[in-house]
Design a binder for this molecule. Structure first.
Ligand SMILES: [Zn+2]
Ligand SMILES: [Zn+2]
Length: 470
């Protein structure tokens, strides 16, 4: 560790280092960046019952509170007609797509290329969701992906569901999010345009446009403001927030269980398709969240349609082979857990080797039968035998291999597995020729093994005689 000392001391204690505008922000960070920050940058004092009100993020809190209060007041005082209801739902999807297809998949992850008209549409739609500028949002989101579940993750899901959902915005964070480069976005003309006009754009797209459409369209100015404006905004908020909370909490780790992201269709339904979050954290630059075309992911369908009409191109898709490897790993892990929860036949090496004479002598004292070279004590099973006790009784002290494997009845795999549990010894002289396969109970012909258990065969992988394969 001492070799790291010069690196650390040469880095100023206040990252990021001063860089030229067009340089990536993370160009000069130490290799042990996370440890370095946790050691060298002190967090703000912890939140307690006596000081929490001083730590509130007043601006965000006001916006969130106001939109919710206005919506609730509207629900009780303004009647909702079907035209306004339809418009509110449509505008929910438009502004939601601005976040999922625009902010998230296009700008935060560069998962496809968008033409200028599509970029302006997404920037404006995303502004209507009132979640900060593209640049600010993507900077936080890139930090979330890079430092998932650590102190440097702005919406660290390990701090609890509600912290990841909304708490991180309402209380000033104790640490700055970890460094993440957004120099590409600083150069993007549409991102700069949105940043410049952000305040008039959020008022226009967040409240004025939804009100004016309903007002000029069918005379429902009030409904436009309360439902398509405020209430719709609340729904878009919680839809996006669920990607940080619900998507890190509900469902299956289909590709990797190292971190909290999970896959679930319910999350997909409430987030306009961002619900397959375990996949997304594994393959963040894939333009899809749900890999199967029919799985609910309207954002993916939208991007795909944009490509069809020439508005989007270069849709990124991770190689199917690599995706399936992740799935296989998790499937094998689950199988191994099942395997380890079961009891199998005793290990052959642990069984005593017994001569034919000794077997016959012992079989006079307890019911022993030879099948496939193994000696079985069938005392607990004789009365349970579906074919009747007599068929076992007549084979005691004998080799019943032929009778068991088809001579009398070709026993099922289940019977063979159960029989193997009654093994008490190995017959000296080995097994009959041609019975090798029958020595192994069907349930033990395939095993899930950790690579540590593979044995020494893999050591040859370190040989350098053949050079590096192409
Ligand atoms: Zn996430
Ligand atoms: Zn993401």
């Amino acid at each position: 560790m001492s070799s790291l000392a010069p690196t650390i001391s040469s880095v100023s204690a206040s990252l990021p280092l001063p860089l030229k505008d067009d340089q990536p922000a993370d160009l000069n960070i130490p290799d042990n960046y996370i440890d370095w920050v946790l050691k060298n940058q002190k967090p703000l004092p912890p939140i307690t019952w006596s000081n929490w009100w001083k730590r509130l993020n007043r601006l965000t809190l006001t916006i969130l509170l106001l939109t919710h209060l206005i919506s609730i007041w509207g629900v009780f005082h303004v009647s909702l007609c079907w035209k306004t209801a339809s418009w509110s739902i449509a505008y929910y999807f438009i502004t939601g797509l601005g976040i999922t297809a625009g902010y998230h998949r296009l700008w935060a992850h560069r998962s496809y290329n968008a033409s200028k008209p599509l970029q302006y549409f997404l920037a404006m739609a995303g502004t209507g969701a009132v979640q900060g500028s593209i640049r600010w949002w993507c900077r936080g989101h890139r930090a979330h992906h890079r430092y998932t579940d650590t102190e440097l993750d702005p919406y660290n899901a390990l701090k609890g569901f509600w912290w990841a959902h909304i708490g991180w915005m309402m209380i000033k964070p104790r640490r700055k999010p970890g460094i993440a480069d957004v120099s590409d976005l600083s150069k993007n003309a549409v991102v700069r345009w949105q940043h410049r006009w952000y305040l008039p754009l959020i008022i226009g797209m967040g409240l004025v446009l939804p009100t004016v459409v309903a007002g000029l369209g069918w005379g429902d100015w009030k409904g436009g403001f309360f439902y398509a404006g405020a209430a719709r905004l609340c729904f878009v908020y919680h839809s996006t927030f669920c990607v940080n909370s619900l998507a890190h909490w509900l469902g299956e780790a289909s590709f990797d269980e190292k971190h909290t992201p999970r896959d679930h269709v319910i999350t997909a339904l409430v987030t306009i398709g961002d619900g397959y979050h375990n996949f997304h954290h594994q393959f963040p630059m894939d333009y899809r969240s749900a890999i199967k075309w029919y799985q609910y992911d309207p954002t993916k369908w939208f991007i795909w349609t944009c490509q069809l009409v020439g508005l989007a191109s270069h849709l990124k898709v991770f190689p199917d082979n690599e995706i399936r490897k992740g799935q296989l790993t998790m499937q094998l892990k689950r199988l191994k857990d099942t395997q380890e929860g079961l009891t199998f036949a005793p290990d052959v090496n642990g069984l005593p080797v017994i001569s034919w004479e000794s077997f016959q002598e012992q079989a006079t004292k307890r019911p022993l039968v030879v099948i496939g070279g193994f000696i079985h004590d069938v005392s607990s099973f004789m009365d349970e035998h579906p074919g009747g006790r007599h068929l076992i009784a007549k084979n005691i002290g004998k080799d019943a291999t032929t009778a068991f494997f088809g001579g009398v009845y070709d026993h099922s795999n289940a019977a063979h597995n159960w029989l193997s549990m009654m093994r008490v010894g190995v017959l000296h002289g080995g097994t009959q020729h041609g019975l090798d396969d029958k020595n192994v109970p069907p349930a033990q012909r395939m095993r899930v093994m950790h690579y540590h258990e593979f044995g020494s065969a893999s050591s040859s992988a370190w040989s350098d005689e053949e050079g590096i394969g192409g």
